[in-house]
Design a protein around this ligand. Sequence first.
Ligand code: 6GP
Length: 828
Amino acid sequence: ASEERSAKAERMFALMDRFLKNDPISLQNDILDHVEYTMARSRFSFDDFEAYQALSHSVRDRLIERWHDTQIYFKRKDPKRIYFLSLEFLMGRSLSNSVINLGIRDQYAEALSQLGFEFEVLAEQEGDAALGNGGLARLSACQMDSLATLDYPAWGYGLRYQYGLFRQVIMDGFQHEQPDYWLNFGNPWEIERIHLTYPVKFYGSVEDETLNGEIYKVWIPGEMVEAVAYDNLIPGYGTRNTITLRLWAAKPSDQYDMESYNTGDYINAVVSRQKAESISSVLYPDDRSYQGKELRLKQQYFFVSASVQDIIRRFKDAHSNFDEFPEKVALQLNDTHPSLAIVEVMRILVDEEHLDWNKAWHIVCQIFSFTTHTVIAEGLEKIPVDLLGSLLPRHLQIMYEINFNFVEELKKKIGLDYNRLSRMSIVEEGAVKSIRSANLSIVCSHTVNGVSRAHLELIKANVFKDFYELWPQKFQYKTNGVTQRRWIVVSNPSLSSLISKWLGTEAWVRDVELLTGLREYAANPDLQLEWKMVRKVNKMRLAEYIEAMSGLKVSLDAMFDVQIKRIHEYKRQLLNILGIIHRYDCIKNMEKSDRRKVVPRVCIIGGKAAPGYEIAKKIIKLWHAVAEKINNDSDVGDLLKLVFIPDYNVSVAELVIPGADLSQHISTAGNEASGTGSMKFLMNGCLLLATEDGSTVEIIEEIGVDNMFLFGARVHDVPVLREKGVDLKVNLQFARVVRMVRDGYFGFKDYFKSLCDTVEVGKDFYLLGSDFGGYLEAQAAADKTFVDQEKWTRMSILSTAGSGRFSSDRTIEDYAKTWGIEPCRCPF
Ligand code: 6GP
């Protein structure tokens, strides 16, 4: 038998003695083969979409080769692995990013052009994978790119939602939501692993079982579903390493439910079985409020349980002693959403692997690291105990036991300070008894990370003060970053070539600190000229998009002023609108001869409001109402134009960011945990108009306060200003613009009333009134600088030059130390 096996193996190796080739002819053959055999279209007749699909499959084949090699190499080397658990990943499109990371973009472009296709046109066929809401989810995607590029042995784990983030449609200026059934046309970027499944249990009861004289807890589930793995391959840049993002989909379980139905209602029995799939059907579109919904809790446990089972299975393939677990496994909790993983590991170690409690607890305490992405206590998750007890009865028992031990220890340290004990308890007693996911995560993790230095200071002083005082060494920060591969190389190829030309190397794509080398040429007229050309072409691209989308023609000489992000009161899109109304008002009241001095602006905004967030939806409507008036005012013409970019997502960002002159990051100080949009603009040489909030504090350190337009209250001013309020008599400009909206100058008087109320004296929680003056001054400074194009371009070059620290490569290097992992580079 063994002879037979080795003969077979040899035959296999003989067949697989080559890798796929990347010369244009081989690429063409592969693409056409996929047209014919995968798409089942004739190679003599296929359209752009089919060409895109075939192209993707040929790229995927190349990814698979590297992925296999990487996985085999990891298995052989058996390094400590990092498992990144996140309920959301905003991956966007895969095609361009993959071919750039594989280093075969030009070969593909050539191959396609000989077939009569254009790479860019085909790339536009791809839809976005929008399995996330906003900053947190896009950060996860950037970090996956860096983990692969830096050769870390990493796995991402998440949920394969059938419906991603809703599509935003604007009708009469109002937001409507449409389902994003993104898998409709198939997804060539994922690999379905039909045999890689785990059972996930829900409901039921817990019973005692005696085994060899010991009593163990056994969970008898009331429902069981199957988790099926879908692997998405994440290639590194400049390395063979290709890692896995494993997303789980829910399927009805065969193990549990295969007994025949004898109810006579066969059809309904099958239909109700099918309901299992609903667990992974839809992403919750609300990024900051926790609603205590059963389906959400099911989603969290479903993905966590499958992931933990997979991780333990992989560990047991190579090890038999759980003492080695912390040497081989690190788990990262991306916010509190995956915090049930802690309890799931405890449950498996104690109930299934039969480790004693203390030993299991000792292991758990060494493997988890937790990152929080918010600043406000109201944003923290709380799971009602009743809900948890019914859905996951054994987990509730384990949480109680962890909490009991924790509180006992705590009493020894701080005494019987009942207020503090009750604040720190994992269990919140109150009208609705709940589990505080954040407290659970802090108690059980070895590290608690903030996402910027300012964010860490805030959580130390506010939401997690008690814990910080108890365990100061646990609290750290890892400033967020974004990947320069997607946010410069993919989205702004001309800037990318220009940078490489002036630095004399492409090495910055892996070693982004090299961008500082641009500083010495910031005033060089030749670079300035080329820089301006590149920026102009990008503006042209954006202007074409705007015209195609809205019919509006915008002038390329105008300053393109952009604010794109989720719509939130704290992000103050309303401040932006009120500033525009003020600008409009000034233009209208100006002598005609003075209008020549006005710097023309195209104000662009984009972003989604959570479907149930009324005020955010009113902000969107106000933008449209103001745009309607201004854009149709012939008196104003090109001096001021307003554009709303609907359905803002990753691929739209890739188009908008390179074309922006100015971008706004104007949250009330103390509210934006970090902010990552600003980093993308910075890399692309867009100037920032910003408040000193979140990561902006660190951006100032890198590029200098003179290279941006800063304004507004600082964190420590905020409580004072809230207390004091602004006197609207003093702040006449603000009072006037709010009054214009209130009085129905833009129509919809009744509808906008509640929106205007949010900024009335005494209620203006986000301090639009007190920051208004500073905001207008910063805008005026931007206008003044824009007239001096030499200065503007120098500032723009210096922005890119100073953006290196905000690469997710640096973020991941920071995390790697915390996780205790080392690179594991697959040899070529
Ligand atoms: C966001 C933060 O608001 C943003 O400031 C930060 O840059 C980003 O996370 C990444 O750390 N938070 C979320 O998206 C969120 O859902 C619960 O927080």
